[in-house]
Every structure is written in structure tokens, then in C-alpha cells.
Design a protein around this ligand. Sequence first.
Ligand code: GAR
Length: 198
Amino acid sequence: MLTVAVLISGGGSNLRALLDAAADPDFPARVVVVGADREADGFRHAEDYGIPTFMVPFEQFPSREEWGEQLGEQLEVWNPDLIVLSGLMRLLPPSLVDAWSPRVINTHPAYLPEFPGAHGVRDALAAGVDQTGASVIVVDRGVDTGPILAQERVPVLPGDDEHTLHERIKPVERRLLIDVVRRIATGELDLAAAAAAV
Ligand code: GAR
């Protein structure tokens, strides 16, 4: 059984989908802990499932490195097989990425390498494209530059705003994330090989 830590910053709808999927006894992964960089609304999903949570508030640390050290200590307590960044709106410091690589994956609401960063949906709208997408990647030291594990196109429709477009992307993200976690858990997807292939 693959053990998973999920890190969030917000509402955690992707986390919820993963928790719901993992509630199926046939699903080969279990979320063992949920962490956040702030008091995230998404903690309630973990609480619904009786899964422990921890918070390492970014603002309370003098540097990203020191925040990352504390985050790393928390993660080591749970020692998960996989870390899923699911709406964590912070860059991990390189030392933390290096310590866990390639066992850290991230969901992103765009068709990478298009529109990386914190505003993938807004940037796609601003660019006037007629399609964007969702991606699941291995986290490396860059901003959404890691090896792509899964991605799918999502149309941008006339009249879309950031909310409507993001709400169209999120169900695709959820499906991709659950499938990637399942494939990692079964061994169908080898993260080390995926990371080395780039
Ligand atoms: C998701 O769309 C995720 O891809 C995005 O934040 C949203 C979180 O939604 N992450 C990023 O943009 C990271 N660059 P959720 O909290 O409802 O799961």
C-alpha cells in the first residue's frame, strides 16, 4: 500500500477527490497525513476521514529554507512513500526537493510547459488561448518545470472568467491525479524512470 502525504494551501477539492478514491479498499494508496502552509479550509476533508493534519505557517519563518526544514521534519514523522502538492501555493526550497525527489508530484491547472506558476488559469485567459489544460508533474527545483506524468487539454469557452475556467479544469486535474497516484502505487508508473527520462 502506497502511503501519501498531501500538502495544500486552500479548499482542497483535489485532496477531497483523492481521499474519496482512497476510501475504496481496492485503491492501492492511502493518504496518511495532510499538511499546509496556513490554516487551510481543506483540512476539513482530512478531518472528515480522521486523517491527521499539520500546519507549518510560512509567514512565521525568516526564510523559505527554514520553513522547508520544519516542513521536512513533519514529513519525516510520517515518512510517506509519496508527497502530493495539491494546491500548495508555495515553492518548496531546493533542499527539500532534493531530499524527497522524485517522490514529490504536483498538480497544475494548465497544460505545462504553458502557463507555469501561481496564476496558471489567469495567465491562460490573459493570453487569449482557446484551450488550456491540466497537468501532473514530478516536482524539481524549478517552477513547474519537472517531468510531465499526465496531462489533458481543457477548452476555454467564450465568456469564461478565472473561476468558470478553473472549475472546468479541476475535475480533469482530479481524474489525472487519482490515476497517477494509482499507477505509481501499482508500479505501472516508475517515478525514478520518469524523472531520469527527461
Ligand atoms: C488546483 O487547481 C491546483 O492545480 C492549483 O490550485 C488549485 C487548488 O485547488 N495549484 C496551483 O496553481 C499551483 N501552481 P483545491 O485546493 O480546490 O484542490
